[in-house]
Write a protein that binds this ligand. Structure first.
Ligand code: NMX
Ligand code: MLT
Length: 388
């Protein structure tokens, strides 16, 4: 790209569209194409989905997959950063139990920053990634009032294992739970530079707020039902459907549209085909829970909803997005309260947003960093006037 090359024709029709499609910068961690979806540092997501979250964090930060030696050194590096600063549990103990888990997560991240921030972009981003499994496990435990006998944080475990060890729920197949969570984390880590939470996090960081404040802001952005919380809403809606009879499913989808409610788990600002992250999760579901009652419902929903949504030419993408299947898989492995589902999205996204913040603050513009975000807004219904 040359300095003066024209890359976009901006017209007034682009105003007030949520900056849809308007290029604002470059991204070094991932790109999204309308038909093939997200690629991390060039690799299609489907080729990375079964790798370990640690190796994918390494990829997002180093832009190359690790060798075996690099992978093992990186795991040790994360291990050395994993201990939470003291005082976090005392803060969690004061939070309202009926507060949404995403609000707990945002406050939890702020708390990590207040108690353990060091003021270095890369160090804080990696420390936060290393501390997320324990923080999230503690959020579950304190919010559910299960504060007795919390296992100590076993730093020798992989990131996912540290979370499930802290959570410590009985009567579940921990191996399957760990597998589903590992895949979930890898699939959700990054999605280009312009998704709402990543953009919001980078915007906050551009004013030189800390990594923790920026990430808490990003989590607040992720908590909306049109963005990350669609996974909670989609599973709640699958439970309401309650049947895999195609005629009933179709009636339900039409009813939601008539009531002017979004059909969660479908549509996308950029994608124009089924999200490959959904395709991967369906394949995993076919392997681990093909006969689960909710999986049967989403299997039918995946066929019916695009058919119904495509009757409305305004809807640019009637196909399934990342949020259609994740709740069903999490529920199957024993994580049965949908209010927590977006916290897993947040846990994963901390890696991509962290890497993008580090890039924007320390690498881009020859290391000088991107200046403070300041797009232009055009005055509407504001003639110049004066106090008489
Ligand atoms: N259900 C109902 N209406 C929809 C849907 C849907 N799934 N998708 C798009 N529309 C509507 C949209 O609200 C808009 O209506 P209006 O013109 O009255 O404002 C119209 O169709 C055109 O929207 P698009 O240009 O197709 O989509 P846009 O880029 O504005 O929005 C989403 C993208 C993702 C916000 C939208 O598709 C949606 O609300 N989907 C359901 C919620 C969801 O699953 N979100 C998760 C997205 C992925 N993520 O995790 O972040
Ligand atoms: C995401 O993963 O952030 C979503 O698919 C939304 C987006 O890319 O705009």
């Amino acid at each position: 790209m040359g300095d003066e090359e024209s890359i976009f024709d901006l017209t007034t029709a682009h105003l007030n569209t949520g900056m849809r499609g308007i290029p604002v910068g470059t991204c070094r961690t991932s790109f999204v194409t309308p038909t093939e979806g997200v690629h991390y540092c060039g690799y299609p997501i489907s080729e990375l989905a079964m790798m370990s979250p640690e190796d994918i964090v390494y990829l997002l930060f180093h832009k190359e997959l690790p060798t075996l030696e690099q992978s093992s050194a990186f795991r040790k590096n994360l291990q050395s950063r994993g201990t939470l600063p003291s005082g976090v549990e005392e803060v969690l103990a004061t939070l309202p139990k009926d507060g949404h888990p995403m609000d707990w997560l945002s406050i939890g991240i702020h708390t990590l920053g207040m108690l353990g921030g060091v003021g270095d972009w890369n160090e804080d981003a990696l420390n936060l990634i290393a501390r997320m499994p324990r923080l999230l496990g503690l959020i579950f435990r304190y919010r559910e009032g299960r504060t007795e006998d919390i296992p100590s944080d076993d730093l020798s475990l992989p990131l996912v294992g540290r979370f499930t060890n802290t959570l410590d729920i009985e009567n579940v197949d921990k191996a399957v739970m760990n597998r589903v969570l590992s895949t979930y984390l890898v699939l959700h880590m990054d999605h280009g530079g312009g998704n709402l939470s990543t953009f919001a996090g980078k915007a906050v960081a551009s004013g030189h707020a800390t990594v923790y404040s920026s990430m808490a802001g990003a989590m607040n952005a992720l908590s909306g039902p049109l963005h990350g919380r669609a996974n909670q809403s989609c599973f709640e809606f699958v439970k309401r459907i309650g049947t895999s009879d195609p005629a009933d499913v179709e009636r339900f989808v039409r009813g939601e549209l008539e009531a002017k409610r979004p059909v969660f788990g479908f549509g996308h600002a950029v994608l124009r085909a089924e999200d490959p992250r959904a395709t991967v999760q369906f394949a995993l579901g076919e392997e681990i829970c093909p006969d689960d009652e909710y999986f049967r419902i989403i299997r039918i929903l995946r066929e019916i909803a695009p058919m119904v949504l495509s009757e409305n030419p305004k809807i640019s993408n009637p196909n399934a997005n990342v949020d259609i299947a994740s709740g069903t898989l999490l529920n199957f492995v024993g994580l049965q309260d949908p209010e927590y589902y977006t916290t897993f999205f947040g846990w994963a996204r901390v890696a991509g947003i962290g890497a993008q913040i580090v890039d924007e603050r320390t690498v881009m513009r020859d290391g000088k960093g991107i200046p403070i975000y300041r797009p232009k807004y055009i005055a509407e219904k504001q003639n110049l006037r004066h106090i008489d």
